[in-house]
Every structure is written in structure tokens, then in C-alpha cells.
Design a protein around this ligand. Sequence first.
Ligand code: ATP
Ligand code: MG
Length: 474
Amino acid sequence: MNLQEYVKLLRSRWITVAVTILVALAAAATYTFLTTPLYQASTRLFVSTSAGGSVSETYQGNRFSQDRVVSYAELLKGETLARRTIDKLGLDMRPAELQSAIKAKAKLDTVLINVDVLDPSPVQARDIANALSDEFVNMVRELETPEGATTPDSRVVVEQRASIPEKPVVPRTARNMGLGLLVGIALGIALAVARDMLDNTVKKREQLEDLTGTGLVGSIPLDKERRKQPAISFDNDNSAIAEAFRKLRTNLHFLSVDNPPRVLVLTSSVPSEGKSTTTINVALALAEAGNNVVIVDGDLRRPTLHKYLDLVGAVGFSTVLSGATTLNEALQKSRFSGLTVLTSGAVPPNPSELLASQAAKSLLAELRAEFDYVIVDSTPLLAVTDAAILAAGADGVLLMVRSGHTKSEQIGHAVANLESVGAPLLGAVFTMVPASGSAAYSYSYYGESSPRQPAARGKHSSTGQTNPTPHEGD
Ligand SMILES: Nc1ncnc2c1ncn2[C@@H]1O[C@H](COP(=O)(O)OP(=O)(O)OP(=O)(O)O)[C@@H](O)[C@H]1O
Ligand SMILES: [Mg+2]
């Protein structure tokens, strides 16, 4: 993966990164909040020896003190002094507890020792630091006075006494939050990359073309408005989604140029991939270019075209097939010019048999003769056989693929289903492509290049000869 791909990946998975950062920051804040504040009081001790008068004796004495401070630092952290300090102050703690709160550090090449004491109470921190230092002065005197002598070889003075600390040194809020941010960023990126690696949904053009063995003929952006109003009124509409449907209309010219498809079945692998919405708008885009278009609701199980277009659903495809009504009675004019609709009709008990009947084939042939384009909405391929039956009798099939939702195995099975009935798969269409994301990117690139020639499938193979489609106005 190169840098550009990483940037693209992070842009498309920014929510994962942002949530991980927020969680890490929240964890850091909770840790900070739950940490008991500790105050630090410090003293400084000075070590000296009783030196002689000469320069060399003074030097010797100084060296002696420097050697001593290292041992003194250890004694300051020792159990004996801790016990003596606790006794002196009457503290309610064990020596080990106090020892863990003491830091003593000898400054290199000096005769100074810094003593730090941590305690939840600022006053107690000061008292311990001072008492400990005073006790240490006594302790050194006892230790360093040779038996029988009256003066010690070495002496410690509390050069700087402790005062009450104003602010706690623990928790270190800024450091904790900074660390939380860094950990959050690193984890977020790792998680985004891991999710991308484990993600087997399809959103890249190349991936889709490999799976279907055909070209990508359209990429319909996600447009929330379509949930309220599925049909786009193409008049003066230059929105991204209207342009995407116009581009799809143009690309249909490139498909099977020898035998321009006029009866198209739109299907998908799984439910809710945008078949019905796309059916309506592909038809409207074709109607905008001056074509006389009919859409047929071939989804006899969960029909939606009549709802999406505010039409009557009781009379339609199934009622014509059963002989209850004639085709002309069942066809309904939509509110859009150039668009006629054959809704599904009453839901029949045997949709697959009905669709496979000779009557269904004749009905589609009749519509083909009457209209420039017959666009058939259908069911998902992996759920029932209806779509495959319709697809087998069509000039061409377009496979809707919901970007970032449909899994590669599902597309593989759907394509195999179409192949098994010899249906002519003309191309794939990405639907509900998010505004930013790899699919959106791949399509903008597609728009600038010529579309990949679809692979020959089924009975309608393309030979590459140009044969402009009649009735097309763009
Ligand atoms: N381009 C789009 N942008 C936003 N939402 C969309 C788009 N296309 C379809 N939808 C929404 O997605 C949902 C499913 O769409 P639609 O009914 O067209 O899918 P379908 O494949 O026909 O479903 P089914 O398998 O149930 O027949 C609907 O709520 C619809 O409004
Ligand atoms: Mg549908």
C-alpha cells in the first residue's frame, strides 16, 4: 500500500480513527480523574567532613564527602530512617509505605543530596520531608562518630528545608492526555488498516470488474433525498445523482453495440441494493433524452414501483399474465413525460412459474414492440430465482452493487446464477456510493477514461462495431 492509498483508506475510515482517539482520550481522562493527587515536598542536604587546615586535606575531605553522599542517599530511602520518621511524627503507616514515597538523589560530583517526599496531603508532605531530614542528621551523627570520639567524621546539614507545596505533581494531566492522544492515533490507524484488510465488501471499480467480468457502467451517489422521493425530476436538475444517471444512460450506448439492448433487467445479489430506485431513474434519464420508456415491476413478491411513483398497484404484470386484465388496461402513465409503468399487480402465489410462462415472454415482446426501452425491476438473485428467469429473457442485465455493503462472495454467487441461465450480463452499477470513499474516487477516474469494453456474455456479445442507438438524444 502506498502513501496515497493510506490517505484514502484513512479518509474513508475516519470514523473508526476518530472514535478510537475519543475512547483513548476518555480513558486517559478517567485515569487522570481517578488518580489521587500527590504533593511533593523537597529538602536539600549538605554533607561535610571535619577537614584539616591544608589544601590537600581539604581536598581529601571533599572527596570523602562526595563518596559518602552516595551511601547517604541509600540510607535516606532505608527502612531504619523510615521507622524513625514514622515514630517521630506518630504517622499511621508502615515503613515500606513511607519508603516508596521517598526519593533521594545525590548530585554528581557534589556534596548535596536532594530529598523528595510524596504525600496526598501537602502539609504532611512538608512535615515528613523535614522530619526525615532532621532524623537523618541525627542518624549520620550516630553512625559517623567513632567509638570513644566526641566529634563525627562526617556531618549533614539540612541546607534547604521543605515548604508546603502549592500544586500536586500527580496526576500529570497534560502528559496523560498527550499520551492518550498519541495512543489513540496509533490505535485508530492500526484499527482502520485492520478493518480494511478484513473488509470483504466491494467498493473498488477494479474489484467489481474482476468479480463480474464486465465493466462498471455507472456509479450512483448516495443521495438521502431519494429515500423520501425516489424519482428525480430531471428538468434542469444538475445534481450529482442526476448527472450520474445521465452518464449511465450514455454508457448504455457502449454496451453490446451490435445489438443495442432495449429490454433491460435490473437486479442485484441481495435485497435493498437500490434496484427499484435505479430502475425508475435510469428510465427517467432515457425519457429525458426523448425515448418512450416503460418500466415493469418484475418483483412480484415485494413490489415497490407503484409506491415509489404513487400509482395504483392492484393492476399490473401479474393480472395481465393471469388474463384478468389486458396490457393496455394495466399500463399507467406516470407524472413524468415519456414514462409508462406496468406495476406488479396483485401478489401471486407462484411468481417464479408466472415469470417463466410463455405469457410473460409474449408480454415483454409486446412491450418491446411498443416502447423504445423496457426496463424491468426484479428481485435479488440470491433470494429467489425470479430475477434469473427474467434476466434469461432480457436483452441485457445490469447488476446493482451497493458500494461498501455487498460482499465479494455474494457478487460471485449472483454472477454464477446469471451465468447458469445464460443471462447476458452487460455491466455492473455501483449504488449508494458515499460522497468520499474509494468507490467515488474510482468512478471519477472512470469518467475521464473510456469505459472498459464489457466482456461478451450470454447470447448478446459485442463485436466492437459502432451502431448508434436510435431515439437517443444525448
Ligand atoms: N442513490 C441512493 N441514495 C440514497 N438512498 C438510496 C439510493 N438508492 C436507493 N436508496 C434507498 O435504499 C433503500 C433500498 O432501495 P430500493 O428499494 O431501490 O432497493 P431494492 O434493491 O429495490 O430493494 P428490494 O431488494 O427490497 O427490492 C430505499 O430506502 C431507497 O430509498
Ligand atoms: Mg425493489
